[in-house]
Ligand binder design. Structure first.
Ligand code: IMP
Length: 427
C-alpha cells in the first residue's frame, strides 16, 4: 500500500480538507505535517460542517489513526477546543495522536506575531496572527518548546524560564509591551500538558509500523506551495513547508516512501494576505467569483483575492512537488462565466517567460499572457461522470493537464463528498 501526500498547489485554501476527507476512507493513517492553526480545512459530511485547524481531516473515519506530526506548531488551547467540538458533534477522537516533537505555540508567539505585523506597516505580510512565524523562528533558533517538554514539569519550567525572560526583554524593550507572567504561562501549559498527555506519542514509530504493515498512509498538507518559505513568494509566505518534501520532514519518513503526490488546485486562483498574484482580478469578474464561491477565510474571515488560473505557477508547483496527479476543486464556480482565461506565460520587461520567478520584484512586474477559452454556462454540480461534463469544461480541464503535464484524477463540483467526479485513479 502506498504513501500518498495531498498538498495545496496554489496559495492555500484549495479545498484540501474535502479531498482528504474523501480519500481518507481508504487510509489507515492520516498525518498533518506542517503549519498550525493558521490552516482552516473545511469538511462537510454527515456529522455536519467543520472548519478544522489542527486535527487531520481523516478524523471522521473510526478506523483511521490521525497524527499531528512533528512539523506542526500546535496551539494547545485550539487543539483542546477543536477536539471538544468534534466530540460534541458525535465524532470520536480516540484515534488522534500528537508527536512529542511538535513545537508549541506559546502566548508570546501570538503577541509577537501581531506586534511584528504592526511594525511592518504598509509592508505587513497579512499573517493569520496565530503566532506561526514566531513559533517556527524559535524552532530554528533552538528556542522552541515542544509538546514532549510538557510531560516533565520540572524540566519544562527550567526550559521556559530563560526563554520567557528573553521574550519579555523583546516585548518590553523593543515593543514597549507588558511582560508576560512566568507563573501564569507555566500553570496554564501544565494544565494543557495534563489534558494532552494521553495523546502524546513517538509518532514516527507508529508511522514506521503502519508502513511495515503495508497500510495506506496519507500525508495531509496545509497552506499551499506558493506560500512555501523557499519556493513561494518570499517574504510573503508562511513559515513551514507545505510541499510534498515537507511531508517527509514533518511526518518523519524518507522521500523514497512517498509513492504518490496529489496536488490540489482550485479551478481558478485565490490568495489571502499580501504579496504578488499575477492573475489577480480587481474587476467585477473577481468580485463575482468571490461572491459565488464565498471566498472568505475559514480562519480569519478575510476576503480572498481572486483571479484566473495561473498555468505558469501551476507548472512550477507540479515540478517542485513532483505531482503524480491533480485534483481540481470548485469547477462549478466557473459555471456561469461566458469566457474563461488561463495564464500560459508572463511578459517581463518585454520578454516572454514561462517560469515562476524567484524574486517578488520580478513577479510583481510580470504581466500574465492569457489564453481565452469558452465557458460552458451550465450547472455541473449534479454531474458525477467525467464524460457527462459539457465539452467546454472538458476542454478547460484538458488544457490544465497540458500546461502542467500532469493528469487530473479528481474534479470537485461542490462542497459535499458526493459532489465529485473521479476522472482517473490516484493510486
Ligand atoms: P502565517 O502563516 O499566519 O504566518 O501567514 C503568512 C501568510 O500565509 C499570510 O499571507 C497568510 O494569509 C497566509 N496563510 C497562512 N495560512 C493560510 C491558509 O491556511 N490558507 C491561505 N493562506 C494562508
Amino acid at each position: 500500500m502506498p504513501v500518498i501526500a495531498i498538498i495545496g498547489a496554489q496559495w492555500g485554501d484549495e479545498g484540501k480538507g474535502k479531498i482528504v476527507d474523501l480519500l481518507a476512507e481508504k487510509a489507515r493513517v492520516v498525518v498533518r505535517f506542517s503549519g498550525g492553526d493558521n490552516a482552516g480545512h473545511t469538511v462537510i459530511n454527515h456529522y455536519g460542517e467543520f472548519g478544522l485547524h489542527l486535527v487531520p481531516s481523516g478524523i471522521f473515519y473510526p478506523g483511521v489513526t490521525c497524527i499531528i506530526g512533528n512539523g506542526v506548531a500546535i496551539n494547545p488551547a485550539v487543539l483542546i477546543g477543536e477536539t471538544a467540538q468534534l466530540n460534541q458533534k458525535g465524532v470520536d477522537t480516540s484515534s488522534l495522536f500528537i508527536s512529542d516533537r511538535a513545537h508549541l505555540i506559546m502566548p508570546y508567539h501570538i503577541l509577537l506575531d501581531g506586534l511584528e505585523e504592526q511594525s511592518r506597516g504598509g509592508k505587513a505580510i497579512g499573517t493569520t496572527r496565530k503566532g506561526i512565524g514566531p513559533a517556527f523562528t524559535d524552532k530554528t533558533a533552538r528556542l522552541g518548546i515542544r509538546v514532549g517538554d510538557l510531560l516533565d514539569r520540572e524540566a519544562f519550567l527550567e526550559r521556559l524560564r530563560p526563554i520567557l525572560e528573553y521574550k519579555n526583554t523583546i516585548l518590553t524593550k523593543i515593543y514597549g509591551a507588558d511582560p508576560l507572567s512566568l507563573d501564569e504561562i507555566y500553570r496554564q501549559y501544565c494544565q494543557y500538558g495534563e489534558h494532552l498527555a494521553p495523546l502524546i506519542r513517538e509518532t514516527t514509530v507508529m508511522l514506521a509500523r503502519a508502513l511495515d504493515r503495508n497500510e495506506l498512509v496519507m500525508l495531509e498538507g496545509a497552506q499551499g506551495t506558493l506560500l512555501d518559505p523557499d519556493f513561494g513568494t518570499y517574504p510573503y509566505t508562511t513559515s513551514s513547508s507545505p510541499l510534498a518534501g515537507g511531508g517527509c520532514l514533518g511526518a518523519g519518513l524518507g522521500p523514497t516512501r512517498i509513492d504518490r503526490v496529489l496536488g490540489v488546485f482550485k479551478a481558478y486562483c485565490t490568495r489571502v494576505g499580501s504579496g504578488p498574484m499575477p492573475t489577480e482580478l480587481l474587476d467585477t469578474t473577481g468580485g463575482l467569483i468571490r461572491e459565488r464561491a464565498h471566498e472568505y477565510g475559514t480562519t480569519t474571515g478575510r476576503a480572498r483575492r481572486c483571479g484566473w488560473f495561473d498555468g505558469v505557477a501551476a507548472r512550477f508547483s507540479t515540478q517542485v512537488n513532483g505531482l503524480t496527479s491533480i485534483a481540481i476543486t470548485r469547477l462549478d464556480v466557473l459555471d456561469t462565466l461566458p469566457q474563461l482565461k488561463i495564464c500560459v506565460g508572463y511578459k517581463l520587461e518585454g520578454q516572454t517567460i514561462d517560469y515562476f520567478p524567484g524574486s517578488i520584484t520580478s513577479l510583481d512586474r510580470c504581466q500574465p499572457i492569457y489564453e481565452e477559452l469558452p465557458g460552458w454556462q451550465s450547472p455541473t454540480s449534479d454531474i458525477r461522470d467525467y464524460e457527462k461534463l459539457p465539452a467546454q469544461a472538458k476542454q478547460y480541464i484538458a488544457r490544465l493537464e497540458e500546461l502542467t503535464s500532469c493528469p487530473v484524477s479528481i474534479i470537485s463540483v461542490g462542497a459535499r463528498r458526493e459532489e465529485t467526479i473521479h476522472k482517473a485513479p490516484i493510486l
